[in-house]
Design a protein around this ligand. Structure first.
Ligand SMILES: NC(=O)c1ccc[n+]([C@@H]2O[C@H](COP(=O)([O-])OP(=O)(O)OC[C@H]3O[C@@H](n4cnc5c(N)ncnc54)[C@H](OP(=O)(O)O)[C@@H]3O)[C@@H](O)[C@H]2O)c1
Length: 331
């Protein structure tokens, strides 16, 4: 079987190569074996190859935060999936032709789901979903503010918040995104800047905003904290700037704003296997209904079973099986 290996950290398409490795073998009683049908290039995979991601295993290592696969064999104790079922994998190392994983890590998806969308269900949809549900009890009509509103997570948060009757303030760095995000259900789209809190207060009629979602870091975290109401909560879940949050202390001392963080694995781990399957079943249903959608720049079918979606927003790169090298495209 084939597997992508990196033997040193560096430029992803220079350090990743396709290797012939031993087959994964048969499943143990509590394991599942599946063929990988598709995997995306997630920004986390790029960081993983560069050695800048939080996980930096000894080399050689295999990237691949996400994938979708078709089950080929299950161990005797595994009851929730069977051969021919589609699954996603809660574990990593998915840039490979086959995977053998613990049964609880194989999450079934409905037959007929678009494989490219299915390959991107594992991380971003539940991230948006759980950040909206796990921090602040919100009811219809309440406001939520988020930055990186045009990111994959941000767009999903707009759709999922709209479904709950929540109103969203969406902070972007490019004004031309406003109409596109409004079509998704965004109530307000504002361009980031020093006077953000003043503009947000004016545009919302001074409405209290009790939840902020934040993934830029640095002073941008502080600007979201400035926007939320007294005793509001800001969830820092990424750092597109690479900087640590920088927040004016008056937010904490005088207004009791809470700054906390989110990591998907940590919040999934609060739930049992059945609950996790239910979350993904609901999200997959919404993908099949066309309610949730991740843009795909292009996909590669260089091998019979390996269409490789590339997320919009990232530079498209395609995997070339004959040379075993990434090619960078200019799209
Ligand atoms: N904690 C978790 O469990 C978890 C799970 C999933 C994702 N994440 C994090 O969520 C974030 C978004 O991920 P994604 O996959 O949705 O991203 P994505 O689709 O690649 O989008 C990245 C977004 O960041 C914006 N951006 C990039 N650099 C920026 C900068 N220096 N200042 C301001 N904005 C900047 C881009 O703006 P433009 O639209 O203007 O280009 C774009 O909207 C990442 O930080 C990721 O690590 C965390």
């Amino acid at each position: 079987m084939k597997q992508v290996l990196i033997e040193q950290y560096g430029t992803p398409w220079e350090v990743a190569r396709c290797a012939e490795v031993a087959d994964v073998g048969d499943p143990a009683a509590d394991e599942v074996v599946f063929d990988v049908l598709a995997f995306p290039i997630n920004p986390a995979d790029m960081g993983f190859c560069r050695g800048s991601y939080r996980l930096k295993p000894p080399l050689p290592a295999t990237p691949g935060a996400e994938c979708v696969g078709r089950v080929t064999a299950v161990g005797a104790q595994v009851k929730h999936v069977k051969p021919a079922d589609l699954v996603i994998n809660l574990q990593r190392e998915n840039w490979a032709q086959k995977r053998r994983v613990k049964g609880d890590d194989a999450i079934p998806l409905p037959a007929g789901i678009d494989l490219r969308q299915a390959a991107m269900v594992r991380i971003n949809p539940p991230t948006a979903e759980l950040m909206l549900s796990d921090f602040v009890p919100l009811k219809g009509g309440d406001w939520v503010i988020q930055n990186v509103a045009n990111s994959a997570v941000g767009r999903l948060a707009i759709v999922l918040a709209h479904q709950r009757g929540l109103r969203t303030v969406n902070v972007v760095r490019r004004p031309e995104l406003a109409s596109e995000l409004s079509r998704l259900g965004a109530d307000l789209v504002v361009v980031d800047g020093d006077d953000l809190a003043v503009r947000v207060a004016r545009e919302t009629g001074d409405a209290p905003i009790r939840l902020g979602l934040e993934a830029i870091g640095g002073k941008a975290t502080g600007r979201i904290c400035d926007c939320v109401a007294t005793d509001g909560t800001v969830v820092h879940y990424g750092s597109m700037s690479g900087q640590n949050p920088e927040v004016a202390r008056n937010n904490f001392i005088y207004r009791g704003v809470k700054l906390t963080g989110f990591m998907l694995g940590r919040f999934l781990a609060k739930r049992n296997a059945q609950k996790i399957r239910e979350i993904y079943a609901d999200l997959a249903r919404q993908v099949m209904d066309g309610k949730l959608h991740a843009p795909v720049i292009r996909s590669s079918r260089s091998r019979k079973h390996s269409p490789m979606p590339t997320k919009a927003g990232a530079t498209a790169r395609s995997w070339s099986a004959p040379t075993g090298r990434f090619r960078e495209n200019t799209t």
